[in-house]
Write a new protein. Structure first.
Length: 219
């Protein structure tokens, strides 16, 4: 990213760089160039049309930059960031919309036609809040449409009601302890119920609990 008051278009020198080998630089190993670049600005900020970035690997169609070079909006044209838009701020970025819309209307849409979407809070918390929160995974051919929640410490569910419904399989596995408690009433129903302990490893029961024990015991 460009730095404040530093618009020197540094060239990439010989020998041929790795950027050339990856196809991000022209075949003659010269830096990006243009002859129609235009800039308006002063000590408070500037807007550039056709700005060449400091390493000369990319041209920006439009670069809007504040007095602090880290505060900018950049519409890149070519190179490794072809057709990319970058919004950078050393402080807060706030987006507000929907004041004149009805509650049932969509006030903001972020649509990735192809590729992943990454929301990263390196040193902070990631919060989602709304009257209702929906997480929907839509897949095709049975291999996609999955929701993965992974934590290095704990996953906590705290609600008035927690309902789980699986049309094919519902499984709870722990290499440690599993505790279930109900202060009022606990109901457990199954058309066929199998309960086994490690004793099944030595002597199978008439309902085949030895196989169930082997499937669920980590060696």
């Amino acid at each position: 990213m460009a730095s404040p008051q530093n618009r020197r278009n540094t060239r990439v020198g010989s020998p041929r760089s790795s950027a050339y080998a990856s196809g991000t630089l022209p075949a003659n190993n010269t830096s990006r160039k243009n002859y129609t670049a235009l800039r308006y600005g002063n000590d408070h900020g500037s807007i550039n049309f056709g700005h060449i970035h400091k390493q000369a690997e990319c041209i920006s169609d439009i670069l809007l930059q504040a007095s602090d070079g880290r505060h900018s909006i950049c519409l890149d044209k070519d190179g490794q960031r072809k057709a990319s838009t970058q919004i950078v701020a050393p402080g807060r970025i706030s987006i507000e919309s929907g004041e004149d819309l009805k509650e049932t209307e969509s006030a903001m849409l972020i649509h990735c036609v192809n590729g992943d979407m990454l929301i990263l809070a390196t040193k902070g918390k990631l919060r989602l809040q709304g009257k209702d929160v929906e997480i929907v995974a839509v897949g095709d051919n049975g291999s996609k449409g999955n929701v993965l929640i992974r934590s290095t410490e704990s996953i906590l569910l705290d609600s008035k009601k927690v309902l789980t419904n699986a049309s094919s399989l519902c499984k709870i596995v722990s290499s440690g302890k599993v505790e279930m408690a109900a202060n009022s009433c606990m109901k457990i129903y199954a058309s066929i119920a199998k309960i086994s302990t490690d004793a099944s490893a030595n002597r199978d029961s008439k309902v085949g609990t030895k196989r169930f024990q082997q499937q669920n015991t980590k060696i």
